[in-house]
Write a protein that binds this ligand. Structure first.
Ligand SMILES: [Zn+2]
Length: 337
């Protein structure tokens, strides 16, 4: 089968083709696994973190990709939940211990980092970590819901927001544009303020119903009860803390922060950024339940997913374009479509 392989850590400032197109054997499902014929796989910022070594794969080569939509074409002999032909999605969680905190467990195993993922024509996954995809979505539209949508939904839950309280979103790419729609559905009376560097992203946020949008460092019309940060940088952390209301919470939804502007954090001022019981919380991974619940919410909204598609062999181009920033919506590889 065709697959894009990551063979080593590389510096994307110099390396323009970090993944290599290869022909590798179709994987064989274990007893509790299904074999999926992959139709689409979303391209996520976490792939950049893997390639550049901020969250390195434990072994090479590995097939990246954790926003996978596919069709069950074979079942391991212990499978009982999914039939051949079922259309399913696989997110960042490939398998874990099945507990409420399986996202934080040592048993957590990430799709496309710890095991092969969806930048390929086929992949295997334990059937209980493959989630049925609502009919409301096509394969390409559904792919970004598996990561950006699922972890965004978890971030939204972790804000502890109540309807009517102001929500901020700093960074407005693949995850932000979904979270805004989930938030409007779940908290219809809450004003939503979007902070983004890019003028197009600010405009896009208003089109999707944000009550206000402005630059990362701008001051919103009112302080926020909670802010979700989906950026790889530090300026948004500092700026967000400054505009939280007393008792407010900043939820950082990023697997790793880049070192570029970390020196800014030395200008943090306790009385401005942390005093008055402000909190900072990170989001780590997702549970199988986050994936399933977020898909149900996405279908109930129903969310509008903006995607830009690339063929499998153009994965490097998609990754470099993501790294360059200025994205609207989400990038998706159309594989068997
Ligand atoms: Zn992701």
């Amino acid at each position: 089968m065709r697959a894009m392989l990551l063979r080593r850590i590389s510096d994307l400032a110099r390396e323009k083709e970090p993944l290599e197109l290869a022909d590798i054997p179709v994987p064989v499902p274990a007893d509790d696994e299904v074999l999926l014929e992959v139709s689409a796989c979303g391209v996520c910022h976490t792939e950049l973190d893997e390639i550049e070594g901020r969250t390195p794969p434990p072994h090479f080569p590995v097939v990246p990709g954790h926003e996978v939509i596919g069709k069950v074409v074979e079942r391991g002999k212990a499978c009982t939940l999914l039939d051949v032909g079922a259309r399913v999605g696989v997110g960042w969680i490939h398998h874990s211990d099945g507990t409420e905190f399986e996202n934080l467990s040592d048993a957590f195993c990430a799709t496309g980092r710890d095991v092969n993922g969806g930048y390929a024509e086929y992949m295997t996954v334990p059937e209980r970590y493959a989630c049925q995809v609502p009919d409301a979505f096509g394969d390409l539209d559904a792919a970004p819901l598996l990561c950006a949508g699922a972890v965004g939904y978890r971030a939204l839950r972790l804000t502890g927001l109540r309807d009517g309280e102001a929500l901020g979103l700093t960074g407005f790419g693949g995850s932000g544009h979904l979270v805004l729609q989930y938030a409007k559905h779940l908290y219809p009376s809450s004003p939503i303020y979007v902070f983004a560097r890019d003028a197009d992203a600010q405009q896009f946020a208003r089109e999707l119903g944000a009550n206000w949008s402005g630059d990362t460092t701008a001051t919103p019309p009112a302080p926020c009860r909670a802010i979700i940060d989906t950026t790889p940088a530090w300026q948004p952390v500092l700026s967000a803390l400054a505009v939280l209301e007393p008792g407010g919470r900043l939820v950082i939804n990023a697997i790793r922060k880049e070192a570029g502007d970390v020196a800014l954090m030395t200008s943090i001022r306790y009385e401005k950024h942390l005093w008055m019981e402000k909190e900072i919380k990170s989001v780590a991974n997702v549970t199988a339940r986050d994936v399933a619940d977020s898909l149900a919410v996405a279908a109930a909204v129903p969310v509008c997913v903006e995607v830009e598609t690339y063929p499998l062999e153009a994965a490097n181009e998609a990754l470099l374009s993501l790294r360059a920033g200025a994205i609207r919506g989400a990038k998706v590889l159309a594989i068997r479509h």
